[in-house]
Design a protein around this ligand. Structure first.
Ligand SMILES: [Zn+2]
Ligand SMILES: [Zn+2]
Length: 445
């Protein structure tokens, strides 16, 4: 906030409480060595700040340290800053050739190791603060703060940093999200079309090594946050990603052309979390998407040079939407999976014969169709085989879904059949529809 003198006093306060508080030492050094920031204006200002700071605090220890601070004249501080800056130069060269091991050592020793010469120089004053100011031996902890290693897109410590051809660095995930929208660097606007086309986001190894060496705990914390985010994204009942597009069915393939930025992000997340799953729902007016949908599993993704992708998926389980939500521009939902009711004994025998009869009808429909419907069938593949146990899958036999997906029915009607958890009801509906179609064919021929 530019309040350098207040900041200086607060950090000094910290050092009074704990003379080994490394972060406060670093900040004091930063303030005093940073040319761009003005030093505390006058001793009077400092005194008034001190008196404010002392209000309500009568600790003699604090008083001593603050009084000694007041004794420092502005000229002294400025002189010290010059000394600090002179000392920075030679050590900068050392820093440039530092190995990770060397960096580690530096960050550990930091301010606690003092130069002998400095100790002598500082003998005239005896407060911790002045010693720490004099003790301007640069180390990475002091030269580099976590804010220097922050991604300008997510304002957090870099995670898997990648550097674009224009020289800017971002988290891998952040730059990918930017490129979903436009192929330009978010900072300098330089075209990254070729970078996107190559599709290779290699980690900037040196930067990652540097973070490991200088900010190991912060990096570990950042990794934990990332893991927590991944775990949340992997949940397959709470806040699952919903692709709002078409109706899909268990066991039936569903090829997708992904071009919208939000769905590019969704596909990438499904890959990154390893679930490879997302929900597919059709659009429904007034609800943003229908109450029922099908989980799709990604089988193959082909990325096109401009970031679009062709995604082969296959339908898995049916689900009912319990609650709708949003995440990063796409829809999400809490869901429960649907499961067909199971029957036994006589009921099962009846169900089996209904099943066999409807399957026969379907075979007739498939084999006797005219040229148009045959083309349609070729597009959707052959009729799936009958299944040994018609109740084995919670969604019933796949061939029913194959038939429903190709039947020329109103989508609302399809959704009603889709949401029904009675195999008997589904087969009965299909039997009626097939009878009507087959009869009308017989009639027209
Ligand atoms: Zn980022
Ligand atoms: Zn750039």
């Amino acid at each position: 906030m530019g309040k350098q003198s207040e900041a200086l006093l607060q950090f000094q306060h910290c050092l009074t409480l704990n003379s080994n508080f490394h972060a406060a030492q670093c900040e004091i050094k930063r303030i005093l060595t940073n040319d761009a920031s003005p030093l505390p204006g006058t001793v009077v200002e400092l005194k008034s700040d001190v008196s404010q700071n002392l209000k309500g605090s009568n600790s003699g220890k604090e008083l001593t340290s603050f009084v000694s601070f007041e004794e420092e004249s502005l000229q002294d501080l400025k002189k010290k800053r010059e000394i600090c800056l002179e000392e920075l130069d030679p050590d900068d060269n050392q820093a440039a050739c530092a190995t990770p091991e060397c960096l580690k050592k530096k960050s550990i020793t930091g301010f606690s190791v003092k130069k002998e010469g400095d100790l002598e120089e500082g003998a005239s004053t005896d407060t911790t603060r002045v010693k720490s100011i004099r003790d301007c031996q640069p180390d990475f902890g002091g030269l580099l703060s976590t804010s220097d290693l922050e991604c300008s897109l997510c304002i957090r410590l870099f995670f898997e940093p990648v550097t674009t051809p224009c020289g800017h660095t971002f988290c891998k995930e952040c730059v990918e999200r930017c490129l979903d929208h436009r192929p330009n660097c978010p900072l300098c606007k330089q075209s990254l079309r070729e970078y996107l086309r190559a599709g290779k986001y290699n980690i900037t190894v040196l930067l990652e090594e540097l973070m490991k060496a200088v900010f190991p705990s912060q990096l570990a914390e950042r990794k934990l946050i990332h893991q927590a985010e991944m775990a949340e994204l992997s949940n397959l009942t709470k806040n699952i990603p919903i692709f709002v597009c078409t109706m899909s069915f268990p066991g039936i393939v569903c090829p997708l052309h992904v071009f919208e930025p939000r769905y590019r992000l969704m596909m990438r997340r499904c890959q990154d979390t390893g679930t490879k799953m997302f929900g597919m729902c059709m659009y429904e007016h007034g609800k943003s998407f229908a109450d029922y949908g099908c989980m799709l599993e990604i089988q193959k993704i082909v990325f096109l040079p401009d970031g679009r992708s062709l995604v082969d998926t296959i339908g898995k389980r049916r689900f009912r939407v319990l609650r709708r939500g949003h995440r990063d521009g796409y829809n999400t939902a809490d869901i429960e999976y649907l499961e067909d009711e199971k029957v036994e004994g006589q009921e099962l025998a009846e169900l089996q014969s209904l099943h066999d009869y409807t399957y026969q009808l379907t075979q007739r429909f498939y084999e006797d169709g005219d040229a148009t419907s045959r083309r349609l069938l070729m597009h959707h593949g052959p009729l799936p085989e009958k299944e040994e146990d018609i109740q084995a899958s919670p969604d019933g036999p796949v061939w029913c879904w194959w038939l429903i997906s190709i039947l020329p029915l109103d989508l609302t009607r399809k959704l009603t059949i889709f949401s029904d958890t009675s195999l008997k009801a589904r087969l009965t509906q299909l039997k009626h529809i097939l009878n009507v179609i087959v009869e009308s064919r017989d009639y027209s021929s």
